[in-house]
Ligand binder design. Sequence first.
Ligand SMILES: NC(=O)c1ccc[n+]([C@@H]2O[C@H](COP(=O)([O-])OP(=O)(O)OC[C@H]3O[C@@H](n4cnc5c(N)ncnc54)[C@H](OP(=O)(O)O)[C@@H]3O)[C@@H](O)[C@H]2O)c1
Length: 236
Amino acid sequence: MGKAMWDILSKRGGFELVGCSKGDDVNEKISGAKIVILAVKPQVFSELAASIKIDLSGKLVISIMAGIGIEKIAESLRTKKVVRTLPNLALKVGQSLTIWKAGEEVSGEEKLLVREILASFGQEVEVETEEKIGIIGVVSGCGPGFLAYFGEKMVEFLVKHGLTPIEAEKVARQTLIGTGEVVKANAWNLTDMRQKVSSKGGLTEAGVREMEAGGMGEIFAKGGEAALKRSEELSK
Ligand SMILES: NC(=O)c1ccc[n+]([C@@H]2O[C@H](COP(=O)([O-])OP(=O)(O)OC[C@H]3O[C@@H](n4cnc5c(N)ncnc54)[C@H](OP(=O)(O)O)[C@@H]3O)[C@@H](O)[C@H]2O)c1
């Protein structure tokens, strides 16, 4: 994610970027920075925070780490100018949905800057509470994985009916790509969209009816709750 952000921001211009990799002297690298973006795995954050000795209080810290709250970042880095963001995988193609919340000492001007940076990665949405980051993250963060899982089920179905795995993968992938493009090109809500491909007495209608009768709605809701529970556990 850090590399994708780097590529987008360097193409965009307007910022002098300094990268910091594992093994670099982090204090030296970030000492002259106005903004510090934390893009390490949440599991290595404590180790990284312990290695930061310089005073960060005048800098704006933007985290993309999933599951680590503003308070923990602020405490570990001894600064309250912290913005917590949650982009998703689509950041890699400039189509992220990034949700974010700023900590108490982030000024209005800094928030505008955050908005500007995050808009370079796709759409940005500021939320009032960190709980909302967890909830929206179940769909925006896990969504690409959930949809890929649905795609895998399409592949399994096609292979069961005689297509080779390569053929099946191609069909499922292009179906997901094409659907995304249709969603992008139209203002229909998702129910409208489903209804447009579900002619009365047709195939899609029969398929969706069977999925609903089989409990697809409840299964999705259970999956969402499990992801939300995990997000709450990880943020402790
Ligand atoms: N992937 C997603 O879809 C997604 C979505 C939302 C949020 N996020 C968040 O984004 C963050 C990064 O995820 P990722 O998938 O991009 O992980 P990743 O591929 O493992 O990237 C983490 C990078 O941080 C580097 N690093 C590790 N320790 C470091 C240190 N002490 N100083 C400087 N750099 C260090 C790693 O270097 P090495 O490769 O040398 O270890 C690696 O390049 C995570 O916190 C994750 O929760 C990811």
